[in-house]
Each structure stands twice: as C-alpha cells, then as structure tokens.
Design a protein around this ligand. Sequence first.
Ligand code: AMP
Length: 499
Amino acid sequence: MFDENHLIHRLSRHAAMTPGRVFARREGQPDVTLQEMFDRAQAIAGTLQAAGVAPGDRVAVQVDKSLEAVQLYLGVVLAGGVFLPLNTAYTVAELDYFLGDATPAVVICDPAKRAGIEPIARGARVFDLAADGSGTLMQAVAEGPAYTPVDRGPDDLAAILYTSGTTGRSKGAMLSHRNLLSNSEMLRDYWRFSERDVLIHALPIFHTHGLFVATNVALLAGAEVNFMPGFDPDAIIRAMPSATAMMGVPTFYTRLLKHPGLTAETAAHMRLFISGSAPLLAETHREWERVTGHRILERYGMTETNMNTSNPYEGERRAGTVGFPLPGVELRVMLDGNEVEQGQIGVIEVRGDNVFKGYWQMPEKTAEELREDGWFITGDLGMIDPEGYVVIVGRAKDLIISGGFNVYPKEVEEEIDALPGVVESAVIGVPHPDFGEGVVAVVVGDASVTEDRVKAALADRLAKFKQPKRVFVVDDLPRNTMGKVQKKALRDAHAGLFD
Ligand code: AMP
C-alpha cells in the first residue's frame, strides 16, 4: 500500500495486512480501525491536492487533538506535502510569524480561529477542523476528490516542526521521511512494541513526542492506542488496567502520583512507562517505583533530532540519567572543539539518520548548529558517566557564570530538591554588577521552606560561588505544555534583582 511514499508505505503496513484491526479506542466513542485511518488519510490527501497542494508545499495545522488531526498528518504526507503542526496555544499574532515564514499552501485551523487567521493566510486556502471532526475540511473530503499518487523518497521533507524558541525566533526544523521513519522503527524495536500493545496516548500531537514517537511507533508496531484528547489523570487511571504502555512528560508522572487510584494493582497490566521531553526528577522515578512497582524508562530527544538516547528496556534504568545512545545514533560530548573525557561536562552533539536536515530558510542558523560532517550541536550540556549512561545537566544557555566560575543549575537544584519540604526548584542566573551573574533559586515547597533555611542548609554543601544569593519560595514553576520549566520567564521576572 502507498509504495510511492517512503514513510506512509511503512506506517500503513499493518493496515495493509490487518485492515480490520482497531487502531484507536476512545472513551464514549466508536473504535477506529487501521483501514479507516488510512482510507481517511488518502481522502484527505486527495482533498489537499484538489486545493492546490503540490509536492513540497507546506500545510500548516493548528487544531485541537483528534483522530481526524492524526489522519490529516498522514494525509498531508501522502499528498507529498510537508506537515507543519502548530501549538494550539499560539495566538493569531504569533501565527502571523509562522505563516509568513513557512508560506503554506493550505492552512487548517480551529473554526473559532478562522476569522483571525484568514487575513494573515497570505493567499493560502483555509479549511477548518473542530475537535469533533466537523468543519469545512471534512465537508470537502466528503465530496471525494481523487488521490493522485506522488513519489516521495527518504530525503524528501515530511514535516517542519518549529522549535519552542525560548531564545530568539522559533526555527522550523526540517524533518525528512528518513529522519522520521528510521527513528520510529528503531524505537519500536528498542522498546519492544508489538500488536499486543495498547498505548495510552495523552500527549499533544503538535510536538515530536506525541506526533512521531507515540503515533508513528504505534502504527509501525500495529499497536492500539487509547487516544485521549489531553492529559486527564482520572482517564489514565481508568485506562491502565487494559493498557500496556504509556508515554508521558515528567508532569504526567508527578500528577499521577498524587492520584489515589495509582496503585501497583492499577498498573499491574502495564509493561512500560516512558518519560521524556524534560528532566524527570530522580525522586519521581523512585516514588513511581515504590507505588507501582515499575521503573520509568527515561529517554532524551529533541525536535531537531527525534530520539537520541534511552535507558535500556532490559538492564538498569537509572534515575537521573537518559541512558545510552540509541542504535544508529552517535553521541559525543565536546568542549572548546575537543571531545571531553568520560565524566566531564560539555555540549552534547549527535549524528545519525535521526538528525534533521536544517532550519527552514535559515542557512546561517543551520551552519551554526549542524556541522558539515553531520554532527548536530544540541545545545544541551551533559556528560557520560563511568558506566556509559548519558546525564543531561541542562541547556548550555542556562549555564550560569558567576564571578568567572561555571555553575551548573542542575547541581544546585539537586541539593535544594533533597532538602526536607522541597518539591522542586529551578536555579537561574540573574545579571549582577559584581559577579556578572548571581545565582538565584526559585523553590516550590511546604510552609517549612524559607529563604533563610534553604541558604543555611546549602552553606556547607556547595562552594560559595554556587550558593544562591537569593531564594524565592513559590507555589508553582512556570512550565510549557510539554512540562519544560520556562527558565527564561524566571530570568525575566527577576532581571533587575541585583541592580
Ligand atoms: P523539544 O525540541 O521541545 O523536544 O525540546 C528538546 C529539549 O528538551 C532537549 O534539547 C533537552 O534540553 C530537553 N529534554 C528532552 N528530554 C529530556 C530528558 N529526558 N531529560 C532532560 N532534558 C530533556
């Protein structure tokens, strides 16, 4: 089926073999089979072609999570287009940048946003698609325009995903059919996904984690997904007894741990809990094992590279580490142009079929981060521990330089997190007239946690230059939808502190 399309041919393999198999189950709604997924994808592809999508054209999509949105992803790629999903949180003003940069041929949005988007669509055809599948896209599909097969090979683009852009403008990471397929096939095997699996799918599908890792792996394995519109702890607890695996961001795990329904019995049918997209606290790892009997498998990836490392399926899953480089992925840690010794911190670089093809229309940015010999400079600081496990220390841009000394926020955060009453912390550098940057800690904890106590507890635990000059106790840390702490927001909030 779909031999002409490198990615979709493989994603639809199980649909060709067992078309009647259920792909998705949803609470209160009918199951959807593999055949229905790909029939609809093909119909959408035909509709997009009729709307003018030519090979290589971008199709920008900002819609709520739905199975129709997954079919749309498959349909765009099948039409020879480049799928460009956008975070549902973006406002019309923010979308203006993405549409101007990507110049899509077609834009698909929520019906409620249509009036705002049409004036900034720059001549693109606009369709709408609501969470329940209604809207002008599916009306056009119902008219049944025919699909014309388009040849798409391994090096053709399948998607552009914009990075979350915590510094400067968001960049569009160009991902080829090969980038996506090679990584998902490898992950399916590494994590042992098969037709026997039922994957809890509660992640958003505008991001690499929910879109490529979860959806592609499930399709490639012929696994079923329990497809949820978003993260709802009650729904996940209800789903676990008939599911086998879950992929989540760390906040899924911390929130589920607060649910009284999470027990070893509830999780007894599950074989695998995977975490990624942001650091999982070692404490969460231990607590999850204590409550459920399962050790979370933590992995590390990014929009530009798909997945790079993973803790082992068999063998020790080590808290606070992201495991080993995955098959087909080379990884090295660099400092000042040289590879560092094992145990030393530097910037992580990766190379392999997983690594993207560059930033859309940003050749200078691409040249800065993607070396000619294929190594991608991730911007993550990390090291390889004595047993070969990779440890992520933080983003290079979050490194604090105070009085000329490097302070790795994670080291300070780990000390603070270990204090009684502390839930979590974020350590940032704030401009300081004497030191360049001053270390500041933002801490979530109970009433016993105060600035003076945290400072006193760290006094004989950390070198003076690493000790926070100020500690702020707050209710929550600012996070994005993928659970990443927004350090830039914290830095901005405290910018004038030492003036
Ligand atoms: P994104 O492109 O939005 O997926 O973000 C990728 C970034 O998330 C990486 O460069 C890391 O900084 C971070 N990240 C992803 N997975 C992990 C992990 N398991 N532990 C620590 N940081 C992670």
